[in-house]
Ligand binder design. Structure first.
Ligand code: ATP
Ligand code: MG
Length: 755
């Protein structure tokens, strides 16, 4: 029965086999009673497999067997079904997994990565690094092995800056005998930090290194937690969600008079700018509002996202003991993407770099894309030109085809304020044939509909050619708000899977509040959101009743829910309400001994079992499944014991760094150009390259802003390894009164593309 259904499904939808997402959906349909376990396992293996064996193409028999065994043992599937499930899942990667007889012992399983001998901490392997194995150029090797206390590597995209940084970490540990915990590596996004950790693990062939790989935000947060006795925060302080920040700001502004409440957004921006060291326009009573707002946050034992950097700077500048402690903690500090360090982040360095610390950083001034948020690319230039720095320039591009390197070089030369660089393209294409017609192309369409249809057609054509997978392809959007809808529709119509992102989605905020409530039932202020997920059960009468009895900002979830659970009124959703109360109150005391994924799985399992969950509730549960996958990923990469509070810190720092928490395997990546920084994809589409969208109207009011916009386009183009598509469309709302040159915008600056 199962096999027949499956075969039929495949006949109808053969393309699902090349999409992990759709295979998962099929599996869920097939095992409705084990939805959570199957997806949990699937997610676990998704991460595990990528981490452990580098490339899905390496999936082997032992992997398939282990997965199969767990499905049988943990999900109670029959061997036959488990076998089908695994094979289906594996085919989602476009693989032919060999069916093998069950019964192989664990010892027989082949290790996925040979453990090399020289990885015992502190053991010195050789004094000269073996560049043959790691394949570095002479300049890269010089950077990797420098003895300088301050070394800066300035180089263009794809020249191996990130690679050099990770190789240096491996070199310090393996060849110089530096203890891993004496090394701090800082980057900007959780994704980049995860990628760096992975490269270090892979390079060192061990998962036990305790190199501290952080984003600025997670480093700051860690410091606040470790030194909370200096900050007035409790050890369990939390990061306020955006709705909590909104509530606290409204409350603060209401104390300063009605007239400024209407300017909430201006104040929110001003407070954020102040915390990032950015100048703010003067607003009435901004100083007092700033102080009061922070006081209100502290009253609830909360910090906001910007505080993750702002408060550590305060802490370090006021407490020499803390600063000296950090200085002695790390012997080597390495920073990637240094061009995007902002004023507040830059203030951390003097307090953590001691006289004996070696400071190594890499960057490219042409890729600074966060000046609008206070980044200071001049800092990179200053260090590069300072004769106390060992400054190394790399000139080879290993990422992109020659055509991509030359047009992006020509394009960025339109900026005036830059360190000039030369780039030699070294890449030889691994892909030849009809699927790659030309390295770069430009196409203009009569509307965004036709632009999107072209993109979908090209993707289908590339996939049909069989050499690339969906996740080899990225569509980079200048603006998620202005673009994306037409493209998502076109991909859906063509049944092309695409990735989803975590940031900016209110749903995540709601589900994270449920998790925060489970973490601490005594916490104040989380009540109504937690009980109303995924659907509203607290009606207006009940809410008013609660309001009459308590100051809602002041009562804990425990008090409020207990009161309501014992409420004498017979309200419509009473039974669901009580069941949810029971679930939360039972989970909460055990939350510190459970893995985050277990807690999330239990919650989702319960929500799924609720009677008559309406469609919007189901879609919320489906989306929250993504958080379950992130939790499994977190547990997989985390060196720490995976606890709910650490997971919440992880996910909030991920939201702050505005990055995808994970890029889905087997799906086309639709991401904003900002989020694509540091990444690379064989195929890149940049749609909407026209004045108004890219460059964005808002950003072309001054020459400085236009230069930043140009850098963003440069970053976008240089993500492409094999082929770059630039497209635009006629927009009747724009352009009639503009000169042709302005309408063409960036396209006019890359004339080689327009053919
Ligand atoms: P970006 O500025 O975009 O962050 P980057 O300078 O950090 O780029 P990397 O991501 O480190 O560049 O490297 C780009 C690609 O080139 C990677 O796929 C990397 O593995 C490869 N690469 C780097 N150095 C070499 C080398 N010496 N030989 C072959 N490939 C290399
Ligand atoms: Mg890089």
């Amino acid at each position: 029965m199962f096999t027949e259904d499956f075969a039929h499904a495949l006949e109808l939808y053969p393309h699902v086999l090349s999409s992990k997402k759709q295979v998962s959906a099929l599996l869920r349909d097939m095992f409705p009673t084990q939805v959570l376990q199957v997806s949990l396992l699937s997610a676990a293996y998704d991460i595990g497999i990528v981490r452990g064996i580098q490339d899905a193409h390496d999936i082997d028999k032992s992997f398939a067997y282990r997965f199969e065994k767990r499905l049988v043992e943990e999900c109670g599937l029959s061997f036959e079904n488990a076998s089908w499930a695994v094979e289906t899942w594996c085919k989602g990667y476009g693989l032919q997994v060999l069916r093998k007889p069950c019964g192989i012992s664990d010892e027989e399983e082949s290790p996925q990565r040979a453990v090399q001998p020289n990885h015992v901490r502190g053991q010195v392997a050789s004094t000269k690094m073996n560049t043959a194995t790691v394949n570095l150029t002479a300049s890269q090797e010089r950077a990797v092995t420098t003895n300088s206390k301050r070394c800066v590597v300035v180089a263009g995209p794809g020249s191996g800056k990130t690679r050099v940084l990770t190789e240096r970490i491996a070199y310090l540990i393996e060849t110089q005998g530096v203890a891993p915990e004496k090394i701090l590596a800082i980057t900007f996004t959780n994704k980049a930090a995860g990628e760096m950790r992975k490269r270090i693990y892979d390079r060192l062939a061990t998962r036990t290194t305790s190199v501290d790989v952080r984003t600025f935000h997670s480093f700051g947060l860690g410091l606040l937690r470790e030194c909370n006795e200096y900050t007035g925060l409790s050890p369990n302080f939390e990061i306020a969600s955006s709705s909590t920040v909104d509530r606290i700001l409204t409350k603060t502004l209401s104390h300063h008079g009605q007239s400024i409440i209407g300017q909430k957004n201006l104040y929110r921006k001003a407070i954020s700018n102040l915390k990032n060291g950015i100048k703010v326009a003067s607003l009435p009573e901004i100083g007092k509002v700033f102080a009061d707002y922070n006081r209100e946050l502290r009253k609830e034992d909360l910090i906001d996202l910007d505080d993750m950097v702002y408060l550590p700077v305060q802490l370090l500048s006021k407490n020499e003991d803390v600063s000296n402690w950090v200085k002695s903690k790390y012997q080597h500090i390495l920073v990637d993407e240094f061009q995007d360090v902002n004023e507040m982040q830059a203030q951390i360095f003097p307090y953590i770099i001691g006289v004996d610390t070696s400071f190594f950083f890499v960057g490219d001034d042409d890729q600074c894309i966060y000046e609008w948020r206070g980044a200071r690319p001049k800092l990179l230039k200053r260090y590069a030109n300072d004769n106390r720095s060992d400054t190394i320039y790399l000139e080879d591009n290993f990422r992109s085809q020659k055509g991509i390197v030359s047009i992006s070089d020509l394009f960025i030369a339109h900026n005036s304020d830059r360190i000039p660089k030369r780039m030699n393209a070294k890449k030889h294409s691994a892909i030849t044939g009809s699927e790659i017609k030309a390295v770069t192309s430009f196409n203009r369409f009569s509307s965004d509909f036709f632009e999107a249809a072209f993109i979908a057609d090209e993707i289908s054509r590339i996939i049909e050619a069989g050499k690339l997978r969906y996740d080899d392809i990225a569509i980079l959007l200048r603006s998620n708000k202005m673009q994306g809808e037409a493209i998502r529709n076109a991909l859906s119509n063509a049944e092309i899977p695409y990735s989803s992102t975590l940031s900016g989605d209110r749903l995540y905020d709601d589900f994270l509040t449920v998790l925060r409530t489970v973490k601490d039932f005594n916490k104040k202020g989380n009540l109504s959101k937690a009980i109303n997920f995924p659907t509203r059960v607290m009606d207006g009468i009940l809410y008013n009743e609660l309001k009459e009895q308590f100051d809602l900002g002041e009562i804990s979830s425990l008090e409020g829910l207990r009161f309501l659970a014992n409420c004498p009124y017979d309200f419509e959703m009473a039974s669901t309400f009580k069941a949810r109360y029971k679930l939360l109150s039972e989970l909460s005391p055990n939350s510190s001994s459970m893995k985050p994924s277990e807690i999330i799985a239990k919650l989702l399992e319960y929500y799924q079992s609720e009677d008559n969950v309406p469609a919007d509730g189901i879609s919320k549960i489906q989306k929250a499944l993504h958080i379950l996958e992130v939790a499994v990923e977190f547990e997989n990469v985390s060196d720490d014991v995976p606890k709910l509070d650490l997971f919440l810190d992880y996910i909030y720092t991920a939201l702050q760094s505005e990055n995808n928490v994970s890029i889905e395997k087997g799906a086309v990546n639709i991401i904003t150009c900002h989020k694509a920084k540091g990444l690379e994809f064989p195929i890149v589409f940049i749609p909407g390259v026209q004045v108004g969208i890219f460059p964005n109207d808002y950003f072309i009011t001054t020459a400085d802003k236009l230069e930043e916009e140009r850098r963003l386009f440069y970053v976008s183009m240089t993500r492409a390894m094999e082929r770059l598509y630039i497209t635009s469309f006629d927009d009747p709302l724009k352009g009639s009164d503009r000169s042709e040159a302005i309408r063409e915008g960036f396209i006019a600056e890359v004339p080689e593309v327009v053919q």
